[in-house]
Write a protein that binds this ligand. Structure first.
Ligand code: EPU
Length: 338
């Protein structure tokens, strides 16, 4: 089925709760229906369009003059073998509902990605990550429809080019494909991964030394609840900026002045905590009109109610400028401005 709306309100399609609308909103719940829509609209790929998921990484700055696409493709197809399982999931499934279902069914690997807002399709575009795990670590292939030809194509994990919060669908193929299904390989044998500082500390505090998958999921949910605002309570897009990666020489320079700077090894240098950089600039917990920097995690910008996308953008630019001036590092948003 295809649902089409004109002049559509997007306020409930972004977790920031920003007021926005679009000329056209098109939602589809199967691949053949979406292909039929593209056949009826052969120039669609040449017209302004943007594909959303759960809207948990979006900042709408204006009315969108074009079509917003949304997948409502649901369903899970399970293919079990002795030790592992392949699960093909519809792009429109709720991400955390999927993770919860996996834990309940004894399919392991995604526990650390519990409670992340958003949908399965976006997880494969954004390569969502938390507590030492990224979605791309478990993705086998991604099925996507080409918006110009209507052809359904399969991308194996190499073709997806996963890196930190990055994939081919965000880069060279941006705006060209609609992800319809994602295939994950999960294990039937549980191997807990709780080396990430905050997760390990929670396990120690609870006196748990061999957590079950349910306990690991519960700990992740507890940490996220303590550090990140829930979209139903306070609008936000989770981490607003990515953690910057700088070269070794630059890192050592900054570390000389700030020996306590939190950092991690990264493929192209040293990853620095953006939340810490923002906190050092005095922004943590600050409010500017209807927007502000969350008091429990400086990487999160929040909407106290009534904010516009421009308010969020202006605040983010002030933060970027201050971090640049103090540390010489240019923060890049993880959130997408539309
Ligand atoms: N820190 C501060 N001040 C702050 C926030 C963080 O000093 O206000 C320092 C602390 O030293 C802390 C360290 O930064 O120990 C790391 O903080 P945290 O564990 O909260 O993680 P993060 O690097 O700020 C990233 C992801 C989150 C993910 C967590 C856990 C990005 C952009 N963000 O945040 O992802 O949940 O790690 O793995 O990589 C998201 O992408 O929306 C998101 C929430």
């Amino acid at each position: 089925m295809i649902s089409r709306f004109n002049n559509y309100n997007l306020t409930h399609h972004n977790t920031f709760g920003l007021p926005a609308s679009c000329d056209f909103f098109v939602e589809y719940d199967s691949v053949p229906d979406f292909q039929a829509f593209l056949r009826e609209n052969p120039d669609f790929a040449q017209t302004p369009h943007f594909h959303i998921g759960g809207g948990s990484n979006l900042v709408f700055t204006d009315h969108y003059r074009g079509t917003i696409l949304h997948s409502a493709i649901k369903g899970k197809e399970v293919n079990e073998s002795a030790d592992d399982v392949l699960i093909k999931v519809g792009a429109g499934e709720d991400w955390d509902g999927f993770v919860e279902w996996c834990v309940e069914h004894g399919y392991y690997g995604l526990e650390n990605l519990s409670f992340i807002p958003g949908e399965v399709g976006a997880s494969a575009v954004q390569n969502i990550g938390a507590y030492g795990v990224e979605a791309g670590d478990f993705i086998v292939e991604v099925e996507a429809v080409c918006l110009s030809t209507g052809e359904l194509q399969t991308f194996d994990v190499q073709a997806c080019k996963y890196a930190y919060r990055h994939s081919v669908f965000k880069a060279e193929l941006s705006g060209k494909y609609a992800v319809t299904h994602v295939v994950f390989r999960l294990s039937k044998v549980f191997k807990p991964n709780y080396t990430y500082g905050a997760l390990q500390a929670t396990m120690v505090a609870k006196g748990i030394d061999a957590p079950t998958a349910q306990q690991l999921r519960a700990a992740v949910i507890e940490i996220r609840n303590a550090k990140l605002p829930h979209p139903s309570v306070l609008g936000s897009a989770g981490s607003f900026f990515m953690n910057p990666v700088v070269d070794e020489a630059m890192f050592l320079d900054i570390q000389k002045a700030y020996p306590q700077i939190p950092h991690y090894a990264a493929p192209q240098g040293v990853k620095i905590s953006a939340g810490w950089l923002i906190e050092q600039c005095g922004w943590k917990g600050k409010r500017v009109g209807n927007v502000g920097v969350y008091d429990k995690q400086a990487l999160v910008l929040v909407n106290y109610g009534g904010a516009s996308g421009k308010d969020v953008k202006d605040l983010s630019l002030r933060i970027v400028a201050d971090v640049k001036e103090k540390f010489g590092i240019e923060l890049r948003p993880e959130a997408n401005f539309i």
